[in-house]
Every structure is written in C-alpha cells, then in structure tokens.
Design a protein around this ligand. Structure first.
Ligand code: ATR
Length: 286
C-alpha cells in the first residue's frame, strides 16, 4: 500500500486496461477531485494480459485501490474476480466499474447510464416510448445501449449489424414482452431507419482512421434523432448529414463523461456534473 492510501480519506482510483494510456478517464476524475476539493488520485493502470490474474488478486488482497474503472480488453475477464455484480452488469455481461463495499469487490456497469444520460442532457423531454429505435452494431457498446434503451421504455428495437449472428444474440438476450428486439439486415439499415425515432451508431465506422458509415438520412422522419457514440471526430458524417436536415443530433463524447459520474460517486461519495470546463478539457476544439 502506498503512503498516499495510508492518509485518511485519501481515495485511490484508476482505470485498468491494455493499452490504457489513451484513456481520458484520469482527466475526467481529476477534474472532479479538484472541483469538489477531495483528497484522491486517479491513474492509468496498464496490465498486460499475462499478468492480469496475479495483479487483480494482489489489488484485492492488499486493497491497493478504493476502486477502478475497467476498459478493453478486461470488461468480461474482471467479472470472475468480483464477489458481487450489480443488476446492470449481470444483464449486460460486462463490468466497467469496480468498487469495494464491506470488504467485497462489487462489479457494476455504468455505460447504459452514460448513454441515456447523455441523450437526456441534450433532449430532456425525449420520449423513448414514442417510436422504435435502430441500433447499428452489435458489439460490447451495443449491449449496454440496447439494455439502456429497454430500461428507458423503448418498446421496439431494430438491431443491424454486419455480422447478423451477433444481432440475433443481442435480440435474444434483450428482447422481451415490453421491448421487442428484431434483427434488421445490415444492407437494409437506411430502410429500417424510416420507421424509427432514434438511430444510434455503436459501430466504429466513421471514427478517425476507420471506414465511413454509409447511411442515408434522407428518408428519416422529421422528428427523428441521430446519436453517434463515436466522438473522434465529434461531428461524424452521419451527424453532419442529420444536422443538415435539421434533425436532432447527439454527439458521443457525453456518453464517456456521463458514464464516469456514478463510478466517481461510488468511490468519492459525490455525484459530479458534466460541466463546460470538463467538456473543454476533454474536447478543446469542440
Ligand atoms: P465495442 O465494444 O466498441 O462495441 P466491438 O465489440 O469490437 O467494439 O464492436 C464493434 C462493432 O463495429 C461491431 O458491431 C462490428 O461489426 P461486426 O460484429 O460485424 O464485427 C462493427 N464494425 C466494425 N468494423 C465494421 C465494418 N467495417 N463494417 C461494419 N461494421 C463494422
């Protein structure tokens, strides 16, 4: 245990991953630590895959951290070490936040919260129940998003993914009587979108260095909303096209910022806000 952790009230947190140096989480949490005048730290914790089991066991035994976030590729692997998983982590099948309570290591998942809170911060009156949603992609992010949509009252979700088998698994895992989940053909994505009130890109398409997302916004309803979780660039082509059509758009950086809030609260006891100063630190050119 470091000298720092020995000091009373000093909270030590971080983000584990491999690689992890690119993660913006230390900027986010350090901003809130300063803003709320708290004693604590948040650091990058890079763990090579071969060292993972040993390092996490050591963290657990020695209480090296008060909690940590988990990013790729460990969001599933960490689950084996958790003594308890909250309901959201169980449903999504991944953990992005670990905290310790009464000596137990608790795994939770705040990605769905981050996704929906970001949407609500742009459109506080958004009616999730109004129309079906179309989710593009069926990877890890899509699982959290489909869960978040279902939890927010969306009654019908179309899932379009290049690999159809993955859409089928997602639809099977999350579809129920209140929220029907259907597989939509990837090549027909723009056609399916016509009947939807919310279109969400969860694929990596459109990200800097990746191929573009080919999507036709022309047929979307006038009150449709387009949400892209890609945030490099902030205004992806699909968002630019939707904006040109005067549709509501939601940029992706807020999902990263909002998912961090409940994690911070679980360690520091304060629910922080996403303020302009934080957005400027993360996206100086936005
Ligand atoms: P994440 O955890 O960010 O969701 P992921 O699990 O690797 O990352 O998922 C990436 C998503 O982007 C998947 O839906 C993937 O489609 P496949 O399941 O068919 O791989 C999608 N994706 C990535 N590159 C793509 C491409 N060139 N065309 C279409 N979809 C792509």
């Amino acid at each position: 245990m470091s000298e720092n952790t020995a000091a009373k009230n000093f909270i030590k947190a971080g983000v584990i991953g491999y690689p992890v140096k690119h993660s913006l989480s230390p900027v986010i949490h350090s901003h809130w630590i300063d803003k709320h005048g708290l004693e604590g730290s948040y650091e990058h914790i890079e763990i090579a895959p071969d060292d993972f089991d040993q390092v996490i066991t050591k963290f657990k035994n020695e209480k090296s951290f008060d909690g940590f976030n988990v990013t790729l590729p460990y969001k599933q692997r960490i689950m084996d070490f958790c003594d308890e998983l909250d309901k959201t982590a169980q449903h999504i099948g991944a953990v992005n936040t670990v905290s310790f309570k009464d000596g137990l290591m608790i795994g939770s998942n705040t990605d769905a919260f981050g996704f929906t809170e970001n949407l609500k911060s742009f459109l506080p009156d958004f009616n999730f129940a109004k129309a079906p949603a179309l989710v593009l992609g069926a990877g890890g992010a899509a699982r959290a998003i489909v869960y978040g949509l279902r939890d927010s009252g969306v009654s019908e979700i179309y899932i379009a993914n290049r690999t159809a088998e993955k859409s089928e698994i997602l639809a099977d895992d999350f579809g129920n009587a209140e929220c029907k989940c259907h597989v939509a053909a990837w090549n027909e994505r723009s056609n399916f979108a016509q009947r939807c009130g919310l279109i969400v890109n969860t694929t990596s398409l459109g990200m800097t260095g990746k191929p573009a997302l080919d999507f036709d916004v022309d047929a979307l309803a006038d009150d449709a909303c387009v949400y892209d979780i890609v945030y490099t660039p902030l205004y992806t082509q699909i968002l630019q096209d939707a904006k040109a059509r005067n549709l509501d758009i939601i940029t992706g950086i807020g999902m990263l910022l909002h998912q961090a809030r409940p994690a911070f609260k679980s360690w520091f006891g304060v629910m922080p806000d996403v303020d302009d100063a934080l957005v400027s630190k993360i996206m100086p050119d936005a």
